[in-house]
Ligand binder design. Structure first.
Ligand code: MN
Ligand code: MN
Length: 465
């Protein structure tokens, strides 16, 4: 009797894998296979957007520039400087009833080259780096790194770089001290063990053959780059080159239940929302998918979510619908609903002390809703209204999608943020809603395939509402 009452009254928080039939299990594994393949070909924001655009083109989406007017059912996108992208399907309802937005980010923590990266010291050539986003620096030494990005010459010619992903490519690495001589380093605090200024990438060691010339190794490297890409040292000052782990995304565990990969924050939510959007046909409210850049360094800049580029995209929709009038953009935002689709900190039993296990997101228990993020008394959080949380819960429950409502870490232990507050400040109802991740921001992050699938189902159900 007590057991029945418990079933009825308790929030059960069951593991998703337990109630699946073999078809559902197969669907979960199929989606993850596509996800893993996508990750292996989209390690940076530029690569993600390039692939997303290709996917959109193949699924009947067109650049908004190609439309003179818009009508319900039209599928459009806008690519912002090759680094962020917005997609939309025009809804059947009036746009004044608001948008249904899902917003993720496609940038991930990494190492960027400095503008003057190249130097030689005692016969070894290096590229100097400046890390991007919140990293634990020691994790980025002694692992294989690949080089991705663009070099733009003064004449505008753009050279794309991708070295270290192909089996036959060389890779690069950052060295660390041998334990035999690391006594002083080992006594330091972990965060000071590796200095940011010492994250220098080893890139070569063969000297240019000419006895009289100095800096022979540096010269040899530049000579190779000049032959391969037609560039000089000065061209590196107008480049964006990122170093990311050369590891491939893989299935993890004997049961292959998890995904191990670089950049799952936040490509797991970006991929699943993009995939869900590709499968939509008609929608009631205009459906918008945001793939933003620069989230990891504060969403600033013209490819970040703080930029007016998104307002411009929505204004263009209003113009091309022939609906625009004074203050309509504000009204549309104020009546919009959003899922800020970003990852949550998965509960890690090895580091249990930082989490409140009653309020943590667990791997394998489905999509994780964070009513608020922030730190120290919810500071900086856009705290979702209870009414809106209930509205989202209702969608999940009627679609049989397992969810957990969590917060990131114990009170006063730390905190985090997403793009949620930016749209909330414009007046939209927003809640954070993403996949729990282990080892977040590390070179290799872990997710559960069950949660990846739950995210996809959630995003699809939200847009179909
Ligand atoms: Mn994120
Ligand atoms: Mn992050």
């Amino acid at each position: 009797m007590g057991e029945d009452l418990k079933q009825k009254l308790f929030n059960q928080k069951k593991v998703g894998w337990e109630d699946l039939d073999s078809n559902q299990k197969q669907e979960i594994f199929n989606l993850s296979e596509k996800y893993i393949d996508f990750l292996n070909n989209a390690k940076t924001e530029r690569e993600f957007i390039k692939k997303a655009r290709k996917m959109a083109d193949e699924n009947g989406y067109k650049d908004i520039i190609e439309f003179e007017t818009l009508k319900p059912g039209d599928k459009i996108y806008f690519v912002n400087r090759d680094k962020s992208m917005y997609l939309a399907i025009i809804g059947e309802k009036s746009i004044e009833e608001g948008l249904h937005i899902i917003g993720s980010h496609v940038d991930s923590p990494r190492l960027d080259l400095k503008p003057n990266p190249l130097y030689e010291d005692t016969g070894l050539a290096y590229f100097k780096t400046h890390y991007y986003g919140g990293i634990k620096k020691y994790q980025w030494t002694t692992i294989p790194l690949s080089m991705h990005g663009v070099i733009v010459k003064a004449n505008g010619e753009k050279v794309e770089i991708n070295i270290g992903e192909d089996e036959n490519d060389p890779i690069f690495t950052i060295t660390d001290l041998l334990p035999h001589l690391a006594q002083e380093q080992m006594d330091k605090k972990l965060k000071n063990g590796i200095e940011g200024e010492n994250l220098n990438l080893l890139i070569g060691s063969i000297p240019y053959e000419d006895e009289k010339v100095s800096e022979k190794v540096k010269l040899n490297i530049l000579n190779i780059l000049n032959h391969k890409y037609g560039i000089t040292e000065l061209d590196l000052t107008s480049s964006e080159i990122e170093l990311v782990p050369a590891f491939r995304a893989r299935s993890l565990g004997f049961d292959e239940s998890m995904v191990a990969a670089y950049g799952q924050d936040d490509k797991v939510c970006a991929y699943t929302s993009l995939q869900a959007m590709m499968e939509l046909q008609t929608v009631k409210n205009t459906a918008v998918c945001i793939l933003s850049d620069k989230e990891e360094i504060g969403s600033m800049g013209n490819t970040g979510m703080e930029s007016h580029m998104f307002d411009f995209f929505i204004s263009e929709i209003l113009n091309k619908l022939g609906a625009n009038k004074p203050n309509l953009l504000d009204k549309v935002f104020c009546f919009s609903k959003m899922l800020s689709s970003d990852v949550d900190a998965g509960y890690d039993p090895i580091y249990a002390s930082v989490s409140d296990k009653y309020n943590a997101g667990f791997l394998g228990k489905g999509i994780s809703l964070n009513k608020y993020t922030g730190a120290r008394g919810k500071s900086g959080a856009s705290d979702a209204n209870a009414e809106y949380v209930a509205w989202v819960r209702n969608i999940l429950e009627k679609n049989n999608i397992k969810y957990q409502v969590a917060e990131l870490g114990k009170v006063d232990v730390g905190g985090g943020g997403t793009i949620a507050y930016i749209l909330a400040n414009k007046g939209a109802d927003v809640i954070d809603c993403g996949v729990p991740v282990l080892s977040m921001h590390a070179p290799y992050e872990v997710t559960s395939k069950y949660d990846v699938y739950s995210a996809y189902k959630t995003y699809k159900a939200f847009w179909n509402e």
